[in-house]
Design a protein around this ligand. Structure first.
Ligand SMILES: Nc1ncnc2c1ncn2[C@@H]1O[C@H](COP(=O)(O)OP(=O)(O)OP(=O)(O)O)[C@@H](O)[C@H]1O
Length: 399
């Protein structure tokens, strides 16, 4: 077969063409062909433009985490410019989880009425019937205490840090109890940390509201995490004091904060409940005797002997100021270890939303029809530019 220069060149650069978009210049008679070779070091990779997504007045950011009910994303409230988190719940998924829908309904019903510094705030609930999704807009937190423990040396907090967090847990719990609510699932995994080290009790999905006309805190059901359940639940008692369940779980939580371990363990839930029901556990010798004394009382077998929150505050370990002689365990970095400062992930999406493609002569055709403009709130472009600058500058108000 007769070959011409074109064939030869084409074959030799075939891979380059398919991978790097080689540009061919042909002249009319096809006799002068240039292959513009591009080496890999000449290629400029640009990060993929983040496409803005809005729902209601909220602009979505990156994923913060994922639970059994769905994803949690960061978002920005465009009205208040406050940083928030949004739990995205797929209704289909909820129906598949035992008590899923009921738990979410209960949590929403409860959170709507609660307002305390140490309990997560619910700001908004939105539905998308078409997508069968539900959006719960809550306070933004930088992480969870369980994630912090997982990263911490020995999987525990320094005593002074554990002391601070436990104090805050008691404050939040005291508020819930004052509202006749038994949380029933207190554990590090349900304690988030906001900016300024403020602990937030979250996940009220299995909480119970006591009848306000009842004088006791008797409960009959429990769905909490097994390792944090008290002997009366492990034994299958039909009735038990709800508040004392929360005191026991707080005791297991404090034990975990300060030792990195659990008082009761088991290969499976049956073994675990057997161990809890036996009431036998040890407190590591290295713990201060005043802390050991508090833990023993929190983990009293008989719920009636467990202290109330008011009484807990009187223990010498609680009243003491603990020296900050060890470094604080930080909240784990966001975005797979990349961002230790938890920068706001909504910004790149905001930039996409407010990208100005117009010239001085007015908006370009692209601008007039772009999706960004359909999505953006109807405000003049100047105001948009200002909003971007403002949101870049401001560290968002936290309430
Ligand atoms: N308000 C929030 N601010 C920041 N991150 C959050 C917030 N709420 C949850 N997250 C992150 O999202 C993850 C999933 O949270 P979610 O409450 O849906 O599930 P979970 O409590 O971890 O698990 P499950 O509900 O399955 O027991 C959390 O582990 C946390 O990392």
């Amino acid at each position: 077969m007769e070959s011409n220069p074109t064939d030869v060149c084409y074959e030799s650069d075939h891979t380059a063409e398919s991978e790097f978009n080689v540009i061919n210049y042909f002249n009319d008679d096809d006799s002068n062909l240039f292959f513009h070779r591009v080496d890999s070091d000449q290629i400029i990779y640009q990060p993929r433009q983040k496409k803005a997504k809005l729902f209601g007045q909220y602009i979505m950011g990156d994923i913060l985490g994922e639970g059994s009910y769905g994803k949690v994303k960061e978002c920005l409230d465009s009205k208040t410019l406050c940083r928030r988190a949004v739990k995205i719940l797929k209704k289909k998924k909820l129906r598949k989880i035992p008590n899923g829908e009921a738990n979410v309904k209960r949590e929403i019903g409860l959170l709507r009425h609660l307002n305390h510094q140490n309990v997560i705030r619910l700001y908004d609930v939105l539905h998308n019937e078409e997508k069968q999704k539900m959006y719960l807009v809550v306070e933004y937190c930088v992480g969870g205490l369980q994630d912090m423990l997982d990263y911490a040396p020995g999987k525990k907090f320094p005593i002074w840090q554990a002391h601070d967090y436990f104090h805050q847990l008691l404050r939040g719990l005291e508020y819930l109890h004052s509202q006749s609510i038994v949380h029933k699932d207190i554990k590090p995994g349900n304690l988030l940390i906001a900016t300024n080290e403020v602990v937030k009790i979250t996940d009220l999905g299995v909480a119970e509201v006591l009848d306000i006309y009842m004088t006791s805190d008797i409960c009959r059901t429990s769905q909490g995490s097994p390792a944090f359940q008290p002997p009366e639940i492990a034994n299958g008692d039909e009735e038990f004091s709800g508040f004392k369940v929360d005191i026991w779980s707080s005791g297991v939580t404090l034990y975990n904060f300060t030792t990195g371990k659990y008082p009761f363990e088991g290969d499976n839930i049956f073994r675990l409940f057997e161990n809890i029901a036996s009431g036998e556990y040890t407190i590591p010798n290295e713990l201060d005797s005043s802390l050991a004394e508090l833990l023993r009382h929190l983990l009293e077998y008989n719920p009636a002997n467990r202290p109330t929150i008011k009484e807990i505050r009187e223990y010498s370990w609680m009243r003491r100021k603990h020296p900050q002689n060890t470094e604080r365990v930080p909240s784990p970095p966001a975005n797979d270890m990349l961002d230790a400062h938890h920068r706001m992930s909504v910004l790149p999406y905001l930039e996409d939303l407010h990208r100005v493609e117009s010239t001085d002569d007015g908006p370009s055709d692209d601008d007039k029809t772009s999706k960004h403009h359909q999505l953006a709130p109807p405000s003049p472009s100047v105001a948009k530019k200002q909003a971007v600058q403002k949101s870049k500058k401001s560290t968002c108000r936290q309430s």
